[in-house]
Ligand binder design. Structure first.
Ligand code: ATR
Length: 264
């Protein structure tokens, strides 16, 4: 039986085992997927288990997507640009690090059917997932990306990789067509983002990377303004879909049953 694990800290909330084990069953794949909370000092040992054939693949989540990089042999182009790895596997005796968050985010945005061409995007946050979001947005042909983060220096640091982005102070509110919450504000139901959306029109998209809770106060605000809203559930599903394809060379099915199953 093949073995897969998602590592992170915290990890209790992760739905990856539920999703991958569901797809294993559907596709008659003899494998098991588990989650493991680790400390940074354990990364090397866990990654080396793949080389020893004790593990067949790893997903990596917050906060280790960058920390795993020194222990890998080859990085995909996407991982190199973002310095972020969420999927690891062996190929020709080499450990490969890949980033499926980029395509996960891109596919989830396409599904909203919001036309992104030449649009201004306002991103709240500058944490681990933001380089992947910027990378996908640049591919989708947006015209402007503006970042605001409580710790401004972290947003400024992103300019070293993505020279075309703009940075504004936390609390400032530029004009935008799409606003993306990539902070952890909203994980607690009572969390609020202190921006004033009173005067914005309804032709906007509010996207929250958070998918649990399903509707953050941020998305509730967008909805009440009549804007299009999307949470991060499809991004989560699509990043797993891409990892599954890399590992098993099989395209798993995404349908309403699956989405309902994840909610159950
Ligand atoms: P990390 O910052 O370690 O990569 P993350 O979960 O990927 O962790 O990112 C958390 C994001 O939420 C960061 O942008 C963080 O802002 P800081 O860089 O200033 O820490 C943001 N965040 C978390 N709590 C916040 C709060 N109470 N107010 C505003 N932003 C917050």
């Amino acid at each position: 039986m093949k073995k897969y694990i998602v590592i992170g800290n915290p990890i209790e909330h992760s739905l990856s085992p539920k999703l991958h084990n569901y797809w294993f069953e559907q596709n008659n794949i003899d494998a098991n997927y588990d989650k493991k909370k680790i400390d940074k000092s354990e990364i090397q040992d866990i990654v080396s288990e793949i080389k020893k054939n004790k593990l067949d693949g790893l997903n990596v989540t917050v906060p280790f997507k960058n920390d795993v990089i020194p222990f890998l042999d080859i990085l995909s182009e996407e991982s190199k640009i973002t310095q972020s790895v969420n999927t690891i596997y062996m190929h020709d005796k080499k450990l490969i690090g890949h980033n499926t968050d980029i395509v996960g985010f891109e596919l989830s945005l396409r599904e909203t059917q919001f036309d992104l061409k030449n649009k201004s995007i306002f991103i709240l946050g500058a944490g681990g997932v933001v380089p992947s979001i910027i990378c996908a947005l640049e591919k989708l042909g947006v015209s402007k990306i503006i970042i605001s983060n409580r710790t401004k220096q972290k947003a400024e640091n992103l300019k070293k990789i993505f020279s075309k982005i703009y940075v504004v102070d936390w609390g400032d509110q530029p004009e935008f067509d799409v606003i993306i919450n990539a902070t952890s504000l909203g994980l607690n139901r009572e969390d609020n983002i202190n921006l004033n959306f009173d005067n914005i029109d309804k032709e906007k998209l509010f996207y929250d990377v958070i998918y649990n809770p399903k509707e953050t106060n941020f998305l509730r605000t967008g909805k009440s303004l009549g804007c299009k809203v999307s949470n991060g559930k499809m991004m989560f599903i699509y990043q797993a879909f891409e990892a599954f394809k890399l590992w098993h060379k099989v395209q798993p099915e995404i349908n309403e049953d699956l989405k309902n199953f994840l909610d159950s």
